[in-house]
Design a protein around this ligand. Structure first.
Ligand code: 5CA
Length: 439
């Protein structure tokens, strides 16, 4: 993509309304714009990151055999009256009346809808286990929407739902999802710590939150230093080995001191010196709630003994749009964002120091084409503006690599290659630069 044709409205000034770094940087880097309190439009740069995160989340759900569906945003109130949550949900639910005076709502989550889908088509334990997920916009009329997309009113969530014949199988589904979450966050380039959590309005007997450490987060975190080096990919854990997986989940939680009461360090088994007291951002939340919805909504199946039982369920959320802000909170400096490669909007920024100079233009076009042909995403700053502005914008938007091409370097047969994360700049031949970034 050529910057001269791209819609990238960057801001030099810090927007007054933004209290935390990620919000400031998302506005300054032209990633989002607020339409109304807690409701955002995603501009091209922000949307590319959102889609990349969504895709990693999708791949890791698919990898554990979860099936993607797409449910509507608008739901009928009757379903929530059946489950008993219509009144309980309170003012956070955006209630809508249609032209026939029917009560509708903009979905804050989908337990009721998925249970309805399930009960209409599944009758027997032979059709189980089953896992379904979708990635869809949700609306919660938060009392204090703040920090940009971090606590929005409209936000993108991945929500998955598991259906099993009995408690043990249902716990196995929960464990598979636990592993998928660890893998997802690792691929996103962040450390997300699983912690025992309250079940809140979703309900159930078991729940974990996944928290990214950041001083500006809304959750308090007391954790062991060891977490920072822990490999959470669960290599070698076999998905169908129930006991092996259960053990891995338990060891992961126990070794690293997930405590029932995360607000109370005194209850924690971590000793003083190893303890980090910090804050974090909840990017995922998983729940096991058994028959909480299937029972009142009549989602029953015939078990192996011919008896009808309510299906055992869990639900599993990831805040996809919140993650965009959370990743920035976890990785930025005074000049701007530092994207992990897996979600960077482009891998390489190509800076032409003298647009209009025949030699510079030709050299840049050549590199641009080479990167393109090698399948590497590149944003080419071909604008006719001062070099200082180009450097500032490129640091602000945080692409992992920068290739800088100017008249002096060309004479000497070199380009400058900058790594955004380490800040390291080297002068190398074009071939060496391309080689370094994998072209
Ligand atoms: N039904 C369950 C799991 S599918 C559920 O709704 N869980 S939740 O309420 O914890 O939300 C799941 C994730 O969505 C949270 O972990 C958080 O990352 C994200 N989320 C929740 N509220 C907001 C919000 N107001 N703005 C942005 N993201 C949010």
């Amino acid at each position: 993509m050529r910057l001269s044709q791209f819609f990238l409205p960057t801001l030099k000034e810090t927007p007054a309304e933004a209290q935390i770094a990620s919000h400031r940087l998302m506005l300054r880097a032209g990633m989002v714009r607020q339409l109304s309190a807690g409701i955002y439009s995603w501009l091209p740069l922000g949307y590319r990151v959102l889609k990349k995160i969504e895709q990693i989340v999708r791949e890791e759900q698919d990898a554990i055999g979860c099936n993607e569906v797409l449910m509507p945003t608008i739901q009928p109130a009757e379903l929530w009256q059946e489950s008993g949550r219509y009144e309980d949900y309170g003012l956070e639910m955006l209630r809508i009346t249609d032209r026939h005076d029917r009560k509708m709502l903009f979905g804050p989550t989908n337990e009721e809808v998925i249970t309805d889908i399930f009960r209409k088509d599944v009758r027997s334990y032979k059709q189980l286990p089953q896992m379904l997920y979708h990635i869809q916009w949700k609306f919660r009329d938060e009392i204090r929407p703040r920090f940009g997309v971090m606590r929005g009113r409209e936000f993108l969530m991945k929500d998955a739902y598991s259906f099993d014949v009995d408690y043990e199988s249902s716990r196995h589904a929960y464990n598979k999802m636990f592993l998928a979450y660890c893998r997802t966050f690792t691929r996103l380039g962040v450390k997300a710590i699983p912690m025992v959590a309250d079940t809140g309005p979703i309900g159930g007997d078991l729940s974990h939150e996944f928290i990214i450490l950041a001083e500006t987060g809304e959750s308090e975190v007391f954790c062991d230093k060891k977490w920072l080096d822990k490999d959470l990919t669960g290599r070698g854990v076999d998905l169908n080995d129930r006991t092996g997986l259960e053990n891995w989940v338990q060891t992961t939680l126990e070794d690293y001191a997930a405590t029932e009461d995360k607000h109370d360090p005194a209850n924690s088994p971590i000793s003083g010196d190893d303890m980090i007291a910090t804050r974090g951002i909840e990017v995922g939340h998983i729940f096991h709630f058994g028959a909480k919805y299937s029972e009142p909504m009549g989602a029953t199946i015939l078990g192996p003994d011919g008896k009808e039982v309510p299906v055992q369920m869990g639900s599993y959320g990831i805040g996809v749009s919140r993650l965009v802000g959370a990743l920035i909170e976890a990785s930025h400096d005074e000049n701007g964002i530092i994207w992990p490669e897996s979600v960077a909007p482009y891998k390489v920024g190509l800076i032409n120091l003298r647009t209009g100079d025949d030699e510079c233009d030709a050299a840049c076009e050549d590199v641009y084409a080479k990167l393109h042909n090698a399948g590497i995403e590149v944003l080419y700053d071909d604008r006719d503006i001062r070099a200082g502005g180009k450097f500032a914008d490129m640091d602000l938007i945080g692409l992992p690599w920068q290739i800088v091409i100017g008249p002096k370097g060309l004479k000497a047969g070199v380009v400058e290659l900058k790594n955004r994360k380490s800040g390291e700049r080297i002068e190398v031949t074009l071939e060496a630069a391309l080689n370094q970034i994998g072209a």
